[in-house]
Design a protein around this ligand. Structure first.
Ligand code: ADP
Ligand code: MG
Length: 272
């Protein structure tokens, strides 16, 4: 059996004593492209932070690439593009420098850039379509282009598991398409992707599986819910109660059959 890049069971997170995530069971298989969806405040960013170790788990067991979190040190395998790229604006760094920072975890301390470092940086810029902007200051780029610089930075470390938190928020359609092409390239190389997105737009065809959060819990885990989802799916994505027609499904179920009911707290089998 192949090792799962992400395996969280019974995960919970509290911030300042307030429960934010509860009973999270999430397993992501190698090469899977998962869209993590849900209304604002449903806990998507907190879950991504917990999965990358930026936010400690209160309860639960997290394994990354089969290794218990406490023993995991292979951080170069993981790329993380956080929400809000605003931090990049006003910084007098060139595109190349920002992307080069993504090689830091791979470099031995105080050693100069190797040929391999340079090749990885160039390749990452090619993937996001910004090789011709390498010398430009990051602050001269549009928001969508800056987002792609951050993606290139994550790519430069050649990770095989990516977390991207709302990379399309506030990004125009042309840049969303460029991003979709970049992520498609990653996917074709076998990378595992966990993408937080409110709306998928051009990214929709890449998605293998949707996970929907509501109120700090996973309420759906199954086949992709596109932007052309039916009314029931739209309710799910916007956090309304899910009113099934009488003949649609048993009335007690408001989630995919293989997902534990939000209140029963039992373990799930995750995705097949
Ligand atoms: P999403 O990414 O789905 O919009 P978040 O994970 O950012 O949701 O937030 C989930 C909940 O946790 C929200 O109610 C939010 O207010 C709360 N929260 C997130 N981060 C913090 C924090 N650093 N301090 C206090 N509350 C937080
Ligand atoms: Mg968020």
């Amino acid at each position: 059996m192949q090792v799962r890049p992400v395996h969280l069971t019974g995960g919970s997170v509290a911030i300042a004593g307030r429960p934010i995530l509860r009973g999270i069971d999430l397993a992501v298989s190698a090469g899977e492209f998962v869209a993590l969806m849900g209304a604002n405040g449903s806990g998507k960013s907190t879950l991504v932070r917990a999965l990358t170790g930026l936010r400690p788990l209160g309860h639960g067991e997290l394994r990354l690439f089969g290794t218990p979190f406490a023993q995991f040190h292979d951080w170069q395998r993981i790329g993380f593009v956080p929400q809000r790229p605003g931090a990049a604006s006003g910084v007098p760094a060139s595109v190349w420098e920002v992307v080069a920072a993504g090689r830091l975890t791979r470099r031995r301390l105080l050693r100069p850039m190797s040929r391999e470092d340079r090749a990885a940086i160039h390749e990452a810029l090619e993937v996001v379509g910004l090789a011709d902007r390498a010398r430009d200051g990051v602050s001269t780029l549009s928001g969508g282009q800056q987002q792609r610089v951050l993606i290139a930075r994550a790519l430069a470390g050649r990770p095989d598991l990516f977390f991207l938190d709302e990379p399309t928020a506030g990004v125009d359609l042309a840049n969303q398409r460029a991003l979709a092409a970049s992520l498609g390239e990653l996917k074709s190389r076998g990378a595992t992707v966990v993408l937080v997105a409110h709306e998928l737009g051009p990214l929709a065809p890449l998605v293998d599986r949707s996970v929907v959060m509501r109120g700090g819990r996973i309420v759906y885990d199954g086949p992709p819910l596109g932007d052309h989802a039916g009314p029931a799916d739209v309710d799910l994505l916007h956090g309304h109660h899910h009113a099934h027609g009488v003949h649609d499904a048993p009335p007690h179920r408001d989630h995919a059959p293989h997902v534990a009911a939000p209140l029963d707290g039992g373990p799930t089998e995750g995705h097949p």
